[in-house]
Structure formats: C-alpha cells, structure tokens
Write a protein that binds this ligand. Structure first.
Ligand code: AP5
Length: 239
C-alpha cells in the first residue's frame, strides 16, 4: 500500500506529467537516509543515495570505489563531475521512469544546476526539496552512534536510539552492521565543517526555484516521516 500523492505517480511527458524527483537535503546525520527508505516504501518510488552508491563501489572494489575512497575517508565531497555522472546514469535506469527520491544529491550549487539541466533533458522535474533541519550537537550524537548494514540496502541503526535486535546484525537482511568510515570522531567534525557551506548553497538554489520545504528533524522518526509526507502532498497539489 503506497501513499503516492497527486503528481508523485505521474508518468514522463508534458509539463503537467513530468516525472517527479524528490530531493532530500540536510546535514550529515540529519536523518535523510532513514527517512528516504521510509518515503520510498510509502510512496512506492525508488530511492537513490549517492553515499550508498559510493560505499557499495568501495566494498565491491570497483574503479569508482577506489576513486572515491580518499574523499569518503576524509569527509570531503566527491568532485562534482564524478557525482553528476553517477546520478545521470542512475536516472537513465528503467525503474527511475516512475520518479525517484534522491538522498544526498545535490550537495553543491553546481550539482543542483546540473540536476535541473538533466531533469529537463530526461523529462523529469524536481517537485520538492525537503530540508531536514537538526542542530549541530544532535548531528554529532547521531553520527557517533550510527551503525549501517553492509548488505547494500541502506538499513540504518543507532546504538542507543535505534539498536538492532541482535547486536551487530541487520534486522532486515541479517547482514553484518559496521561503523561507517566517515563516522570516526575526527572525520565527523571535518564533514560537518566542509559540507555545511555548500549545503546552504543548495538550500538557496531551491528557495530560488520555489520548491524548498523545511522540516524539523529533531523529533521521533515517525513524526518526521508524517511531516515529510504532508509536505510532499502540499507541493504536489501546488504544482
Ligand atoms: P552520505 O551517505 O550521503 O552521507 P551524509 O549526507 O553525510 O549523510 P549521512 O548518511 O551521514 O546522514 P543522514 O542524513 O542520511 O542520516 P541517517 O539517516 O544515516 O555521503 C557519504 C559521503 O559520500 C560524503 O561525505 C561524501 O564524501 C560522499 N558523497 C555522497 N553524496 C555526494 C554528493 N552528492 N557529492 C559529493 N560527495 C558525495 O541518520 C543518522 C543517525 O541518526 C542514524 O544512526 C539514525 O538511526 C539516527 N536517526 C535518524 N533519524 C533520527 C531521529 N529522528 N531521531 C533520532 N535518531 C535518528
């Protein structure tokens, strides 16, 4: 059972039926990944996380994985050209034809502009940019306790707030859980320092295009999901 609001289940085509792209915006640790998995299920849309695509490439030892390793290890953003190419090929896959939720892309103004360009070319449109806002202290607390599934499904846990039933094992697919490379204390600080300024450029971009919605992310996971769904429905009926 899905909750796809009007406009979110639209097919590719003219202005009223462009394929919707929902963009999740927020600082590292704001809960974008956690919420994207839930929204994808509720709306029946595929989700694409650039961070997860990069981590999978790293685990699989591909050329892309080796290329992005130093960036992920030090909390720096992967160069725009690499990231844009990864998204362009992902949006060309058949399942994206129904629409897509992007988690962690765009992260810079150049990426946001490239996405607009790509969307126009492919018959997509960014219908909502959902900014999940969380205070800095809470971001550090969340990142410090995070554990992630190694099975590739972006299943996310927290040692205190959202522990797995069996320690170190994913509830959903039984894969081992791990601490992400970039969740070490020194890398957490560097990521936040480096990644917040370009994130504000992305927020400016979507404020300018009129699709930004801000949501308080410092509430229980279910409440954040419900507010995101309300915001998406409001954007869809405004479109
Ligand atoms: P990426 O994987 O995108 O990481 P991120 O954006 O830094 O975001 P996080 O995954 O750290 O946090 P999140 O907001 O998804 O929070 P989560 O749901 O996990 O990117 C990793 C790296 O890849 C980047 O640093 C960069 O190097 C590179 N990269 C990726 N995209 C790129 C791009 N477009 N351009 C260039 N480089 C790129 O939640 C965090 C914790 O909080 C979890 O433990 C969770 O259980 C808990 N939690 C979540 N919600 C709540 C809640 N409401 N209450 C209490 N706890 C909560």
């Amino acid at each position: 059972m899905t909750d796809a609001p009007r406009g979110v289940s639209a097919a590719r085509g003219g202005a009223a039926t462009e394929t919707p792209i929902l963009v999740m915006v927020g600082a590292p640790g704001a809960g974008k990944g956690t919420q994207t998995v839930r929204l994808a299920e509720r709306l029946g849309l595929p989700s694409v996380s650039t961070g997860e695509l990069f981590r999978t490439a790293l685990r699989d030892g591909t050329a892309l994985g080796e290329h992005v390793r130093p960036y992920l290890e030090t909390g720096r953003l992967v160069p725009d050209d690499v990231t844009i190419e990864v998204i362009a090929s992902r949006l060309a896959e058949p399942d994206a034809a129904r629409g897509v939720i992007l988690d962690g892309f765009p992260r810079t103004r150049a990426q946001a502009e490239a996405l607009d360009h790509l969307a126009r070319r492919l018959g997509f449109r960014v219908t909502a940019a959902l900014y999940v806002q969380v205070e800095l202290d809470e971001l550090v607390r969340r990142l410090s306790g995070r554990r992630v599934c190694t099975g590739g499904g972006n299943h996310i846990y927290h040692v205190d707030q959202r522990p797995s039933r069996a320690e170190g094992i994913c509830d959903i697919d039984g894969s081992a859980l791990e601490v992400r490379l970039d969740d070490r204390p020194d890398t957490i600080r560097q990521r936040l320092e480096r990644q917040l300024p370009p994130m504000y450029d992305v927020i400016d971009h979507y404020t300018g295009t009129g699709v930004l919605r801000s949501i308080r992310g410092d509430r229980p996971v279910d409440e954040v999901t419900e507010e995101l769904l309300r915001s998406i429905a409001a954007r869809a009926s405004a479109a």
